[in-house]
Design a protein around this ligand. Structure first.
Ligand SMILES: C[S@@+](CC[C@H](N)C(=O)[O-])C[C@H]1O[C@@H](n2cnc3c(N)ncnc32)[C@H](O)[C@@H]1O
Length: 214
């Protein structure tokens, strides 16, 4: 097992962290993550574990190189295979690392709504461009998106509405797996009543049975 491990911690509540991830965290000398991630896992780490909250991702490389003798875990939220730090770490870390997979926020949300996700386009507009109108037109059941303040759930709903889509359900999952979890449902024609801001969320735009298009 590598000295450096990327550990997927799932949507946040420790009940959804894998046994493998728990064991690794218990044995880690040094755990790096965001403030929220570290708070999420603190209770399952050893009393001797040191924590490092990074503000910029460039700090990770510095810490990994400085703490040469330590068994290090780098936390990623949800699953490591969905918009995580892994591609960045592959580029900058000189040392090999292994990865422990986890449950993604979107997988958790689909379980809550009792549906399968394999026919949805799984993407993100969090700080990145995506032609989601084109993606929505393509052959799939809809979209799953990580959003940000600018490309927020309401703005995306408005743009889909203005592009002529009808019969679309919108499901916004905020703070999933935490006590403050909130899952809200909207119809696309009601996009105007959607809040301007949502807390940490993953969003589903699901085509209706008829897949109506104006
Ligand atoms: C850097 S991305 C990583 C996604 C992660 N790898 C996953 O599989 O869910 C972080 C974004 O995931 C979403 N996210 C992560 N955990 C969440 C949760 N518990 N509830 C709602 N959204 C969450 C939020 O949109 C957050 O801004």
């Amino acid at each position: 097992m590598s000295r450096v491990m990327v550990v997927s911690i799932g949507p946040g509540n420790v009940d959804y962290i894998s046994q493998k991830a728990k064991e690794r965290l218990e044995q880690s000398d040094f755990v790096l993550g965001s403030r929220r991630q570290i708070e999420d896992v603190r209770s399952i780490c050893s009393v001797t574990t040191e924590f490092y909250v990074y503000k910029k991702i460039t700090e990770i490389k510095e810490v990994v190189e400085k703490e040469q003798k330590k068994k290090i875990s780098i936390l990623v939220s949800g699953d490591s295979g969905y918009y995580s730090l892994v591609p960045y770490l592959k580029k900058v870390l000189r040392e090999e690392f292994d990865i422990i997979p986890g449950l993604s926020s979107f997988q958790y949300l689909f379980s809550k709504i009792g549906e399968n996700w394999q026919d949805f386009f799984i993407g993100s507009v969090h700080g990145r461009k995506l032609d989601y109108i084109q993606k929505f037109r393509e052959e799939n059941r809809g979209l799953v998106l990580l959003t940000d303040e600018e490309n927020n759930p309401k703005q995306i709903a408005k743009n889909l509405w203005e592009a002529g889509f009808r019969e679309v359900d919108i499901i916004v999952g905020e703070n999933l797996s935490y006590q403050e979890e909130n899952i809200s449902y909207y119809k696309i024609e009601d996009w105007e009543i959607m809040p301007e801001r949502f807390e940490m969320n993953v969003c589903i735009y699901r085509k209706g049975e008829e897949n109506a298009y104006l």
